[in-house]
Design a protein around this ligand. Structure first.
Ligand SMILES: Cc1ncc(COP(=O)(O)O)c(C=O)c1O
Length: 397
């Protein structure tokens, strides 16, 4: 074997890849991958694609500007302003998914040995993106109100005593992956205050932010803290299509400039066809329409999932009660090991989830698991939870 980089030797078989593979098992009911339900994609997209091919074929099939197509950036900037985030054209660039946005942030900020604050647990994709930069993760626990900002403040003070300033704080304040929890308004304000006090930027991952089942959204951290202090990552993956691989990075122009520089060396520009498609989908009000469809479908799926978890899981099992997003976070009592139990759950019980330790940089949480309710139909969810409960009980016995 040739001599690989240190980061490559650290790269173990990715759980994300394993998750995609599980979906291929015949007859499986999957609560694993955070996939939108294809039923939410609106049919009008076919017509729009045909129109683009008829009228803008050359642009659609060409390279585009590295920061993204200007009309698409303008459209998104206006939409962000409507959400309370004062965004000018110079503050926004288009990325291939918000994960690329996060990777760009890492390239800009991180040197080997740096410290990065994350929630514990947090999104696997974020761990996989940040880890190769050779950093020290500092995990802050999450409860029903999101990241425990009091714990963050203590940690920051401890680190400061050692002369350490973390490079950034990565957080998913709304409908967090994997816990489904929502950071309270008080905590959002405190987080912005603590970050500013210690001079550390926040990276706000807003992937599920618009998918509240019902009612008003809370202000984003970018609105509360301003985009000089908060780098905001958005995506079309959960509100239009993950297949178009489009997201956006909103930040101070000095950060956008560096991100554009690094993106040139990564992939030059984002998918032009996808940007034209998303722009027209958005202009016709279809993103908002799809969000409305998604919110009400998620509300029903979450309700069926929680009701059946309550009814069928072993006594002492606890789970979060999300107000939006795709996930509930389940903790099973006793010595249940979600990693070891997964193979049998898939093969024998035909049900898939993601094991808890995948979401911790230090692989804690063996008795926890993430249940994603976005994909299965509401009619099939009770059977899925019945299988899940049977798989958990089989471990106990
Ligand atoms: C919190 C979070 N951020 C980002 C992403 C990935 O987004 P994208 O498809 O835009 O790269 C996901 C997808 O599951 C997610 O859960």
């Amino acid at each position: 074997m040739y001599k690989l980089a240190k980061r490559a030797t650290m790269a173990q078989n990715s759980e994300l890849a394993a998750m995609f593979k599980m979906l291929e098992e015949p007859g499986i009911i999957s609560f694993s991958g955070g996939f939108p339900d294809p039923k939410w994609y609106l049919d009008e997209v076919k017509q729009i694609e045909a129109e683009i091919m008829a009228n803008k074929k050359d642009e659609a099939l060409s390279y585009g500007p590295t920061p993204g197509l200007t009309p698409f950036r303008e459209f998104l900037a206006e939409r962000l302003c409507g959400e309370g985030i004062a965004t000018k054209l110079e503050n926004i660039m288009i990325t291939h998914g918000s994960l690329q946005g996060l990777d760009l942030v890492c390239r800009i900020f991180l040197d080997e040995g740096d410290h990065v604050i994350i929630e514990s647990p947090t999104y696997i994709g974020a761990i996989l993106t940040i880890q190769p930069y050779g950093v020290n993760f500092v995990g802050i626990p999450v409860d029903d109100d999101g990241m425990q900002v009091e714990a963050l403040e203590e940690t920051m003070s401890e680190l400061a005593k050692k002369g350490i300033t973390p490079k950034f704080i990565y957080t998913i304040p709304s409908f967090q992956n994997p816990t489904g929890t929502m950071m309270s308004l008080a905590r959002r304000r405190d987080l912005v205050r603590v970050a500013q006090r210690y001079g550390v930027p926040i990276v706000e991952d807003h992937a599920y932010g618009e998918l509240k089942f019902e009612g008003e959204l809370l202000p984003t951290l970018a609105e509360l803290g301003g985009i000089e202090n908060v780098i905001h990552l958005g995506t079309l993956s959960k509100i239009f299509s993950p297949g178009v691989r489009l997201g956006w990075l909103v930040a101070h122009p000095s950060i956008i400039e560096k991100a554009v520089y690094f993106k040139q060396g990564m992939d030059q520009c984002s998918n032009s066809m996808g940007q034209l498609l998303a722009l027209e989908y958005g202009r016709r009000g279809l993103i908002e329409k799809q969000i409305a469809v998604t919110r009400s479908a998620l509300k029903e799926k979450a309700s069926v999932t929680l009701e059946n978890l309550q009814k069928l899981m072993p006594e002492g099992t606890s789970f979060t009660v999300p107000q939006g997003g795709f996930y509930t976070w389940v903790s099973v009592p006793g010595d249940f090991d979600s990693v070891k139990a997964l193979g049998r759950a898939v093969k024998e019980f035909k049900v898939a989830y993601v094991a808890g330790p995948s979401f911790y940089h230090d692989r804690r949480g063996p008795n926890q698991m993430r249940i994603c309710f976005s994909l299965p139909d509401p009619e099939i969810i009770p059977e899925g939870i019945r299988r899940l409960a049977a798989a958990v009980k089989a471990w106990e016995s």
